[in-house]
Design a binder for this molecule. Structure first.
Ligand code: ADP
Ligand code: MG
Length: 319
C-alpha cells in the first residue's frame, strides 16, 4: 500500500526559530512558492513589500503557473529561443555555474525525472527503463544574456528551479528589508532562513530539526549573525511504498534518490542562492564530497548522517 506523507499546509518548517523577537515586531505568513513563508520585522511596510516581491518572482520562476517564464521555457522545442526576463537568465546562468561546481549533482534539467517520481501527487516508483528515458531528457540549458533568451538542447527537456528559487527569493527579501532600513529581521521560506543582522544585541538562535524525531525536536542549535541558513532533507517531502521511503531529491547520475547515509544538510552562507543549490547538491554528494564542496565554495555546512553530526569550522553550535 502506498502511504503518502506529504507536507500539509503548515508543515514544511525544517528549521525552528527559537529566538524571540521583541513585542513590536510585525509578522506575516503566507502560503507561496509551494511552502509556508513567514517574515518578521519591525516595519510592516517592509514586510509587505517583501511579499509583493515574492509574488512577482513566483510569476517568473514557478513551473506550476502556466504563464511563468519557466513554464514558457518548458513547452519550447529544442533550440527555440524563449525570451524571458533578464533576471531569469541571470538565475539560470548561476544554476549552470553550480552544476559545474558540483560535477552535475545540482542540475535544473532534472525535472523530467522529478516529474516521473511524481512526489507532488503522492508518488510513483518507476522502473529502470522509465528512469533511463527520463534521464535522456536532461541536458544543456543555453542562455543568451544579450538577447535575454533561454533554449533547451532537446525536445521534451524541462527545467525545475525548485532547488534554488527559494534561495534566490530569500536574497531578494533580504535586499528589500535592507533598502527599507531594516537592520534586524527574520524570514523563513519553508526551511530557508534569512537572518538579517542580529536579534537585538544577540545572535539569532536557529534550531535544526532532527530528521528522525518528531517535528519541533532539534539535534542542534546554531548562532548566526546576518546569514542565510538553508536545509535540504528527505524527511518532509516523501512517500512510502512497500516499506521504502522515496523523497524529492534526485541524484542526476542515477535518476534515483542518492545512495548515502545523509538525512539532512544545512548550509550557512551570506549567499542564499548558492546555499540553496549547495544544500541540494551536498545532499546528493554524500559526506566527504559535501565537505569538499563546502570548502571549495566558502560556505559552512552541518551534516546529519545516520545519527552522527559533522560540521565545518565556521559553525557556532550553541552549547
Ligand atoms: P526544498 O525545496 O524542499 O527546500 P531543496 O532545496 O533541496 O529542497 O530542493 C529540492 C527540489 O529541487 C526538488 O523538489 C526538485 O524540484 C528539485 N531537485 C531535485 N533534485 C535536484 C537536483 N539534483 N538538482 C537540482 N534540483 C533538484
Ligand atoms: Mg536547495
Amino acid at each position: 500500500m502506498k502511504k503518502v506523507l506529504l507536507a500539509t499546509l503548515c508543515a514544511f518548517i525544517v528549521i525552528l526559530i527559537t529566538a524571540q523577537m521583541h513585542n513590536k515586531v510585525y509578522s506575516r505568513t503566507e502560503y507561496m512558492l509551494d511552502t509556508v513563508i513567514t517574515i518578521k520585522a519591525d516595519d510592516k511596510k517592509a514586510v509587505d513589500a517583501c511579499f509583493d516581491e515574492i509574488t512577482r518572482l513566483e510569476k517568473l520562476l514557478s513551473a506550476y503557473l502556466p504563464d511563468s517564464d519557466v513554464s514558457r521555457i518548458n513547452v519550447s522545442d529544442a533550440y527555440e529561443k524563449v525570451k524571458v526576463s533578464p533576471e531569469v537568465v541571470h538565475l539560470i546562468k548561476k544554476a549552470a555555474t553550480y552544476k559545474e561546481l558540483t560535477d552535475g549533482m545540482f542540475d535544473i534539467s532534472i525535472k523530467p525525472v522529478v516529474d516521473l517520481w511524481d512526489i507532488k501527487n503522492g508518488g510513483y516508483v518507476p522502473d529502470d527503463s522509465e528512469i533511463a528515458d527520463a534521464l535522456s531528457l536532461t541536458g544543456d540549458v543555453l542562455v543568451n544574456a544579450q538577447d535575454s533568451t533561454v533554449s533547451l538542447a532537446k525536445d521534451g527537456m524541462k527545467i525545475d528551479l525548485g532547488g534554488i528559487a527559494k534561495g534566490y527569493v530569500g536574497d531578494k527579501v533580504r535586499e528589500i528589508l535592507l533598502s527599507h532600513g531594516v537592520d534586524s529581521a527574520i524570514a523563513d521560506l519553508g526551511g530557508n532562513i534569512v537572518a538579517v543582522g542580529k536579534n537585538g544585541s544577540k545572535d539569532w538562535l536557529i534550531g535544526l530539526q532532527n530528521p528522525t524525531a518528531q517535528r519541533g525536536s532539534t539535534f542542534a542549535e546554531i548562532n548566526v549573525d546576518d546569514k542565510v541558513v538553508v536545509t535540504s532533507g528527505g524527511y518532509e517531502r516523501y512517500f512510502e511504498k512497500d516499506g521504502i521511503k522515496y523523497h524529492h531529491i534526485i541524484d542526476p547520475a542515477t535518476g534515483k534518490n542518492p545512495d548515502n547515509d545523509i538525512l539532512s544538510i544545512t548550509v550557512v552562507s551570506d549567499d542564499g542562492t548558492l546555499a540553496d543549490a549547495l544544500s541540494t547538491a551536498c545532499f546528493v554528494a554524500g559526506k566527504d564530497k559535501a565537505i569538499d564542496i563546502a570548502k571549495q565554495c566558502g560556505v559552512d555546512i552541518i551534516i546529519y548522517s545516520a545519527g552522527d553530526v559533522y560540521y565545518t569550522s565556521g559553525i557556532k553550535i550553541n552549547n
